[in-house]
Design a protein around this ligand. Structure first.
Ligand SMILES: [Fe+2]
Ligand SMILES: [Fe+2]
Length: 309
């Protein structure tokens, strides 16, 4: 694997050794110490798997090396845009089936036996068919992913891990927003990792236009401003660009795309990168005391407009 650069994006300061639910203040540039107590997560997002550009073979090679270098993976979080695209008006049934077949035949086999949670990506759903068609919309995607719920929560490694479905006008529908806040209150001191496909917050949102009403509704209840508030980390993909920010105890990490520029060798840059972010995946280590490390691994396999591996 071309693991030329590893981006240590965010850590959480070491625990102050306080009992119970006290956590060190979250400083995003502080790397956490290495420890074998980590619960290790592979966050792969924007796979956009497709038959073109030799993507299935490249994925198989890259994932084999990624799993080997990670040592152990306790959980895979798939951030959505699993297939290249089913959402455009011109997409026909055969194209949808073709992409999901590669998902079944190529993407899933190396991950067999590892727990996996999926988020729905905006390109995963097929809308250009009748609403009565069993392949229409979100239910079919969930069926192909082997997951019952479009949003869900699990408790692992001392953390509450949540996946959201942001494919709604204004990110979250009311039902889901209420559920998220109920989950937050159900375990009020437990560190949280929240995965969505679309970012809940980006640096560019703040720079461009401030937060919209829904972003405020999602985020504000988590930001209690106390010195030792429990850490909350939102992770996402969708924009194919690395983007991290922190707001009191709450951090937002948008990771780059496994597919880079949709696996294409020469569309925006000759190395398959997209706006400066290389193809990659993240290894996230979470610790019972609230420490969090998100390492982005560069898997670039293109150079000078050609696939090189
Ligand atoms: Fe994407
Ligand atoms: Fe997307």
């Amino acid at each position: 694997m071309s693991d030329r650069r590893t981006f240590l994006k965010t850590g959480l300061a070491a625990s102050l050794g306080l009992s119970g639910a006290s956590y060190a203040k979250n400083y995003p540039t502080t790397p956490a110490p290495k420890s074998n107590k980590a619960f290790r997560i592979l966050h792969m997002t924007d796979m956009h798997i497709r038959p073109e550009h030799d993507a299935p073979r490249r994925y198989t090679r890259i994932m084999k090396e990624a799993l080997k270098s990670a040592g152990k993976i306790d959980l895979v979080l798939n951030g959505g845009d699993s297939i290249y695209a089913a959402d455009y008006n011109h997409i026909k049934k055969g194209r949808v089936l073709e992409q999901w077949k590669i998902w079944d035949d190529t993407i899933m086999p190396p991950l067999k036996g590892i727990e996996i949670l999926h988020a729905l990506g905006n390109h995963d759903m097929w809308w250009a068919t009748a609403k009565t068609d069993p392949m229409y919309g979100k239910d079919y995607v969930l069926q192909r992913l082997g997951q019952k719920e479009r949003y869900t929560s699990i408790e692992r490694g001392g953390w509450l891990i949540i996946t959201l479905d942001c494919n709604n006008a204004g990110l979250l529908d009311d039902e889901q927003l209420n559920w998220l806040h109920a989950e937050m209150k159900r375990l009020p001191d437990t560190p949280m990792l929240v995965m969505s496909h679309q970012p809940i917050l980006l640096v560019s949102d703040v720079i461009k236009s401030g937060l919209n009403k829904r972003q405020k509704q999602i985020i504000n209840p988590f930001v209690d401003g106390k010195t030792h508030a429990r850490p909350v980390h939102f992770i996402s993909g969708h924009v194919h660009i690395l983007d991290t920010l922190a707001y009191n105890n709450v951090s937002f990490h948008c990771n780059g795309a496994f597919s880079g520029a949709w696996w294409e060798e020469n569309i925006y840059a000759k190395d398959c990168s997209y706006q400066g972010t290389p193809m990659g995946y993240s290894i996230i280590d979470i610790y019972p005391d609230g420490q969090f490390v998100n390492q982005y691994h560069d898997i670039t396999d293109c150079k000078d407009g050609k696939i090189i591996k």
